[in-house]
Design a protein around this ligand. Structure first.
Ligand code: NDP
Length: 395
């Protein structure tokens, strides 16, 4: 029987997921896009020529509304590409209706700049009881980076001792300052303290305290800064024998100077402040001022390169392996009207959902990406627009 796929969130990532699901309509069946602003869903739906995309307005903070919509359209899977704030309400609606769930970012509370899997992992029992699957973090990072780690573990190592996740966006959109995805989520992540894991402990750093230069294939050498990133929380649990894991992201001088300045004047605050008799949240006001990430697509030139470097032991010998994926902003835009940051998130979301619907990746409960066989996912990356490379590095 034809399946029904519900996609929630009509932002940059949502647009890519809709395009890619439509290209795989034999698996996704009827496709419904629901978001807070229905007109945004309609405008994405109009871009898809040969597959009908139905649209709906939804407040994804409201579990009952979600339950009603899921039941009305008889969804088989919910792909959550709204914001991390909605993860728990959408998961609850999936439990109540007995429908599988996937997202690309772990839960964050709107009033606390802290992201972790705890609240979502707690729902494992309820997912098992409801007989459904939840796949967490099926974007690029988290997502593909977790799968790269699982692939390295399966094919290249007996034990992985260290992992560095290396995320480079060398795209240029021509603005002095803009964020490539939701500004609030992006700036909260980047302005937080850094953190990495070594010998069983988390070590905290000041924001941007640790910097290295990495030579990214097809991009060149770039300043890369240590950040905390959510996939590390699950990878330290699931990659056995791991001694250290770090995450680095590239930032240009201009981005960092703007961010520092905005931070110094309080524009990154998430507490409401009094302004001329009104309460405003500085970060939300800043979001209103900044360019909509979705509008960066036609302006962005250059490449992204995201990958992992794993070092460890195989057959008693040390080795170091680099797995990475390079995307080109302009090519992504030509294909799905979105720049590479949305593209590299939306394609893996579609692939995760495809493998779930095909029951290639299917286990009841709540899971992270590295808990599945990486091979089918790696094959799909090559087929669906995210070809990857693997290199043996000198020790
Ligand atoms: P956008 O801000 O562009 O889009 C979010 C969409 O969700 C908007 O359409 C917004 O509606 C909608 N939305 C927000 N709140 C609600 C609500 N309460 N009810 C219904 N709809 C709502 O974000 P992106 O597309 O850039 O990012 C989407 C997700 O992908 C985020 O969770 C982000 O963290 C994640 N991400 C993951 C990455 C990865 O590699 N794993 C990388 C990049 C992003 P409206 O249009 O009305 O505001």
């Amino acid at each position: 029987m034809k399946k029904t796929t519900l996609i929630i969130g009509a932002g940059g990532v949502g647009r890519v997921v809709v395009h890619k699901c439509a290209m795989n309509a034999d698996v996704f069946g009827n496709i419904v896009l629901a978001s807070r602003t229905k007109s945004k869903c309609d405008s994405i739906a109009r871009e898809i020529k040969d597959v009908e995309i139905k649209t709906a307005a939804i407040d994804a903070d409201n579990t009952q509304e979600l339950v009603n919509l899921i039941q009305e359209i008889q969804a088989d899977i919910v792909i959550n590409v709204a914001l991390p704030y909605q993860d728990l309400t959408i998961m609850d609606a999936c439990i109540e209706t007995g429908v599988d769930y996937l997202d690309t970012a772990n839960y964050e509370h709107p009033d606390e700049a802290k992201f972790e899997y705890k609240e979502q992992w707690k729902k494992d029992e309820a997912f098992k009881k409801a007989g459904i699957m939840g796949l967490l973090g099926s974007g690029f990072d988290p997502g593909v980076t977790n799968v790269f780690c699982a692939y390295a573990q399966k094919h290249y190592f007996d034990t992985i001792e260290t992992i560095d996740i290396l995320d480079c966006n060398a795209g240029d959109h021509g603005y002095a300052f803009a964020t490539n995805f939701n500004p609030e989520i992006n700036l909260r992540e980047v302005s937080a303290n850094g953190r990495y894991w070594e010998n069983g402990k988390w070590i905290e750093t000041e924001p941007m305290e640790i910097k290295m230069v990495w030579d990214y294939p097809e991009v060149g050498p770039k300043d890369s800064y240590l950040l905390y990133h959510e996939e590390m929380e699950s990878l330290v649990k699931h990659i056995k024998g791991l001694k250290r894991i770090r995450f680095f992201m590239t930032f240009g001088e201009s981005y960092l100077t703007h961010m520092k300045c905005l931070q110094n004047v309080g524009m990154l605050g998430i507490e409401p402040i009094e302004h001329q008799g009104q309460k405003i949240v500085p970060m939300e006001f800043l979001k209103t001022l900044l360019p909509d990430p979705a509008s960066l697509g036609p302006r962005t030139k250059g490449k992204t390169n995201i990958g992992i470097v794993a070092e460890g032991i195989k057959d008693g010998k040390k080795r170091k392996v680099y797995i990475y994926q390079v995307s080109d902003h302009e090519k992504c835009f030509a294909e799905v009207n979105s720049q590479a940051v949305s593209y590299t998130t939306g394609v893996p979301a579609m692939i995760g959902a495809k493998l779930m619907l095909e029951k290639v990746w299917y286990k009841k409960g709540v899971w992270n990406m590295e808990e599945f066989d990486p091979d089918p996912f790696m094959q799909e990356l090559n087929r669906q627009g995210l070809p990857w490379q693997i290199k043996e590095l000198e020790l």
